[in-house]
Design a binder for this molecule. Sequence first.
Ligand SMILES: *Cc1c(COP(=O)(O)O)cnc(C)c1O
Length: 404
Amino acid sequence: MTQDWDAGRLDSDLEGVSFDTLAVRAGQHRTPEGEHSDPLFFTSSYVFRTAADAAARFAGDVPGNVYSRYTNPTVRSFEERLAALEGAEQAVAFATGMAAITAVVMSLCSAGDHVLVSQSVFGSTISLFEKYFKRFGVEVTYVPLADIAGWEQAIQGNTRLLFVESPSNPLAELVDIAALAEVAHARNALLVVDNCFSTPALQQPLKMGADIVTHSATKFIDGQGRCMGGAVAGRSEHMKEVVGFLRTAGASLSPFNAWVFLKGLETLNLRMRAHCASAQALAEWLEQQDGIERVHYSGLPSHPQHELAKRQTRGGFGAVVSFEVRGGKEGAWRFIDATRLISITANLGDSKTTITHPGTTSHGRLTPQEREAAGIRDSLIRVAVGLEDVADLQADLMRGLAAL
Ligand SMILES: *Cc1c(COP(=O)(O)O)cnc(C)c1O
């Protein structure tokens, strides 16, 4: 067999290959130009050979592109590569992670449906459910992430979705995804996992029984803090609904961002390994330091769900390390202000390490009681470990310790 791309074939033969090979090669459709990397199709519309061809493509009788809000070859390559890595039948790309989450609920829920959401999800995700979906008649109940019995009790006859972020931000709490999928399926509900913190390099929720995965590609998939994007992955029957909403509502991913994410996916596994190795080393070191009261990292044996984390993830325990320092909020702020290398910003999934005080930033809108219930102490600091030399990061954190 020849690799004859002029004949119109154009995928590599990927039968049975592993994750790292899929990350580099899945989803590429070589054009007759013979380009070795992914082509960037910057076009809003597509031409047809004849009026009849146009009619057939509009009717969907003949496959092919019509308009880039619907489909774009570069965006499709990104969707196919991500689907391959998540083990999904199909993935659908979005302009941002929030657009992806919006599309899941808008396409799969109706007024009168009930949704269960884990208590510690991303702030904008809570706002979406609280301020907007409730307004359109979707009932929402929040459940502590790890509490399987609590999820079971909260499910109602009209519960359509269970939505979780595992591991949670910033405390790295987990839920047993396989057990929660069973709870959902016993009541005909779907389990949706926001897999942004782990990426498929560390955790593949669909393979553990989840139905749908959402992503903010803005984070580790880009990996270098440049482009916004999102995605949803799962079975074709559900993705068909998600695509329908996307095409109408229009939060489509830019082909340029898709092209950047295709590059990002090629190095995702390597980068995640490096993020995790540095995070693990820093978490172990921090736990030994005077002035550090507690470290929250699922790679530490002291983490209450360390065994579950070992079962559920591979290759590392994520890039986010949170810790409580001596001296409450003042101590935490002094620590943060003493750093010189690490960026003071709430973003994560970047090659540059970031540091933040959750109590007065990402979780600042909560009341003190809500923060207390969520375990977000005033003394808590979150570090999202990047790709700098770990000794340099340690030296910078030492400045923070000295300022306590
Ligand atoms: C950033 C983030 C989102 C939202 O993604 P955007 O690309 O910013 O819209 C959703 N979930 C989690 C866990 C995130 O970290």
